[in-house]
Design a protein around this ligand. Sequence first.
Ligand SMILES: [Zn+2]
Ligand SMILES: [Zn+2]
Length: 551
Amino acid sequence: MPNDVKVTFLGGLGDIGRNCAAVEVNDQIMLIDCGIMFPEDGMPGVNIVLPDFDYLRQNAEKVVGVVCTHGHEDHIGALRYLLAEMPLKIIGSKLTLELAKNRISQSNFLDQAEFIPVEDNSRIQIGAFDLEFFPVTHSVPHGFATAFHTPQGVVLHSGDFKLDMSPVDGRLTDLSGLGNLSSSEGVRLLLADSTNADSAGYSESESAIGETLKTLIASKSEKRLVVACFASHIHRIQQIADAAIAEGRYILSLGRTMKTNIDLAREMGLLRIPANRIKPIEELDNLADSDVCVISTGSQGESMSALARMANGDSHHMAIRDNDCIIMSSHPIPGNETGVTKMLNALVRRGAEVVDSTHKLVHTTGHAKRTELRVFHSVVRPENFVPVHGEYRHMAAHKDLAIDMGTKPDNVLICTDGDSVVLSDQGIAKGESVSAEYIYVAGDVTDLGEQVLADRMILGEDGFVSVVLSINKELVLQKDPEVVSRGWVKGDLANDLHARAVKVVANAVSGEDFKSADELSKAARRALGKFINAETRLRPMVVPVIIVADK
Ligand SMILES: [Zn+2]
Ligand SMILES: [Zn+2]
């Protein structure tokens, strides 16, 4: 029906990351966020994972732009890849847009973007979209919940949020504004952050972290300090800097994004660090240990980050030693736990003391826990609800919570990537599904493909065995096959298996009446695969190579 509103989920439902949803009103599409996911185990060599843009490609003429709810990578990191395919209006708070610009400028597509900054509680009309922006607290400043005023009523997207009652900048989640929206127009459909929907209670306020940092940093007065956190967590950086400066320390930033973001946030007046308390990292060695507070990237153990390089002993700027104390003011996001643990072990080996959130309250989540979600639902009172931003279990927990808070069970739909929901006069229902594959980026290759990943897994686990078959045009073997392997088995065992494999393959392709080289190749592969499995119980990749002689 012409008045229907459709929301199609291209990423972020079922995994944490690559958030992207397409809202369709009057044949126009506005995206909510366009983020990346960090690779998980089982994605060897993959740098990042993108949402599947296929649906947008097919409907490119309808796409107006993207509302960016906040400046995290899982919400803005894929913009540069979509801009390579289509121009976009990009709407968000000034800070969100600056963070997005920094990312997009790493590509050649900055001029494909038209940036439209919006203020807290402003309402704008862009194409068919009537949008209103409500402040929310999160682990990056100036995030929004976004209301789409549509022909089917209000569709409210929470953004990533928590209900921090004492945020560092005093900018609260606008519960009263949301309450007014609910009691005036009503919220027909709510899409809300599910990340912590299975965590009981109420998340700690960001301000509480500041208190811990003060006491902790004061207690390490003789040590050289390194504090790692997300470069976009401006309020955390503020609290680290405040605690360190109170102890007479200077602030040195390490890692490119940390320096860029500190400069940006200071320029925008969002971060207050006096210029005379900042020193360039190059001056580190001229300062006494007790005068130093390095704020560093790398809290997620990313291999090329400043902190990981220190752990590996190959940082140009800083060599870790006995008198160092490293505070991990962060928590590993899913998928990064192993990398972070390895890095911490390496830092401790080099003599550093490491303090992380298992010891002290040096980190808090940016996502609402169950009690906060209850408050949020009781304020918004949505008629229909779809949990977003979470693994499946988080979304399932959020569904139960919503029903418990009064949304009718039939009006709550759990969706995963590729699903769509249609809001009509009759209510909410699932619509057509679209492709929502993982799009793997590795190096400069933007779509590696499932098959390549599957091959990499086989290669990574059991290796590679190849057999070279030289045949004539009559498909008769001209000499013994040659077997070559990599990453399979070693030494004498390999020699023995290679020799026997030669015979097995030679047998399999001799005395048979093959109709084509392809058929012969398949027979060789089958025989070799069977032999390998019987002898080793391994399943390496088996690749026959056929060489047809001219004569
Ligand atoms: Zn976020
Ligand atoms: Zn997020």
